[in-house]
Design a protein around this ligand. Structure first.
Ligand SMILES: NC(=O)C1=CN([C@@H]2O[C@H](COP(=O)(O)OP(=O)(O)OC[C@H]3O[C@@H](n4cnc5c(N)ncnc54)[C@H](O)[C@@H]3O)[C@@H](O)[C@H]2O)[C@@H](O)CC1
Ligand SMILES: Nc1ncnc2c1ncn2[C@@H]1O[C@H](COP(=O)(O)OP(=O)(O)O)[C@@H](O)[C@H]1O
Length: 276
């Protein structure tokens, strides 16, 4: 937690939405628009001043009726929005269009989180890896063990056999702050430092919780947090939020991804109020 203290700053009294960053989420291909919605709702509730979704599904709705604050766009206009950080992958699919948008996203001079299908596309193309390595702005990766296995070209069992080794290898190979998700998430930096997260519970083993984590990470990046600190804070907060929901009786069985978003908002505001 000491690493995070400097960044837990209260809102300035004269703050406006433009002071609090613009988070972009690129994803939401057909039948997986919900993944992008979850990430967007999470980014908004963790304080990003504006949140834009670029949805690949041409039939996607024009609005999230439960969160009309989100700005839903075509991918092209997402990439032209005033973003201060971008997350790619939640529900993105692996078609040619997804690959092309990912390449365009990698070329932007913004902190960039790659999750879910963006990781699968990255695993399948060595050219993209070179583009990621050449980025000047920070890159972050958030694989679960199967996505990590695809990136490392090994089996999921091999990743799970030595999780710190796998996380550190990914961070070094891609020059990216990496979280290897799962029970006891490992956060690793390209320089070799690594951390084990102690919060969270099996209630999180349900669809969409990774999308929510992506939203938390990109929200902190958009507000100017450095990559490693944003990753550590978001991963810890995600687990704390789930622990608090379970303590309140909403799980672990049947906890849903969307439910942890408001708990995370409350916990984050508490951290800021306490200065930690
Ligand atoms: N509401 C939605 O639209 C949702 C869409 N989603 C999207 O669905 C697409 C496919 O993602 P998936 O992650 O389901 O598919 P994957 O095939 O990448 O991974 C699922 C498999 O990974 C393995 N795995 C995951 N976590 C593990 C752990 N901790 N330990 C061991 N093995 C583990 C399991 O075998 C699991 O069945 C992505 O684009 C994703 O964003 C999901 O995020 C779920 C919600
Ligand atoms: N048993 C567990 N204990 C703690 N955290 C867990 C557990 N199972 C899953 N999680 C967390 O839940 C999230 C699941 O993410 P992911 O596998 O990407 O799901 P999805 O793709 O459905 O959104 C990760 O943050 C992971 O660390």
């Amino acid at each position: 937690m000491d690493l995070l203290l400097d960044h837990l700053r209260p809102r300035a009294r004269n703050s406006h939405k433009g002071s609090n960053g613009g988070a972009g989420i690129l994803g939401g291909a057909a039948s997986m628009v919900g993944a992008a919605f979850l990430a967007g709702r999470a980014a908004l509730r963790l304080g990003s001043g504006r949140v834009y979704l670029g949805l690949l599904d041409g039939q996607a709705p024009a609005i999230d009726p439960l969160q009309p604050e989100l700005m839903l766009r075509q991918p092209e206009s997402l990439l032209a929005a005033p973003l201060t950080a971008l997350a790619c992958g939640p529900g993105m699919g692996s078609g040619d269009d997804a690959r092309e948008w990912l390449r365009r996203a990698c070329s932007l001079p913004l902190p960039l989180l790659l999750d879910a299908d963006a990781l699968n596309l990255l695993a399948g193309e060595s050219g993209l890896r070179q583009e990621v390595l050449a980025r000047a702005a920070p890159t972050l990766l958030s694989p679960h063990p199967s996505e990590a296995a695809r990136l490392l070209d090994c089996s999921t069992a091999c990743v799970q056999d030595d999780r710190p080794r796998a996380a550190r290898e990914l961070a070094a190979r891609y020059g990216a702050v990496t979280v290897l998700k799962g029970c006891g998430s490992i956060v690793a930096a390209p320089g070799g430092e690594w951390f084990v997260n102690t919060s969270g519970n099996p209630g999180l083993a349900t669809a969409g919780t990774g999308d929510v984590l992506s939203g938390f990470i990109v929200a902190l990046l958009a507000q100017g947090w450095p990559a490693l600190e944003a990753m550590l804070a978001a991963v810890h907060l995600h687990g704390v939020a789930a622990d608090e929901r379970v303590a309140a009786g909403s799980g672990p069985i049947g906890l849903t991804a969307g439910e942890i978003i408001d708990s995370a908002r409350a916990a984050f505001n508490r951290w800021v109020a306490r200065g930690r």
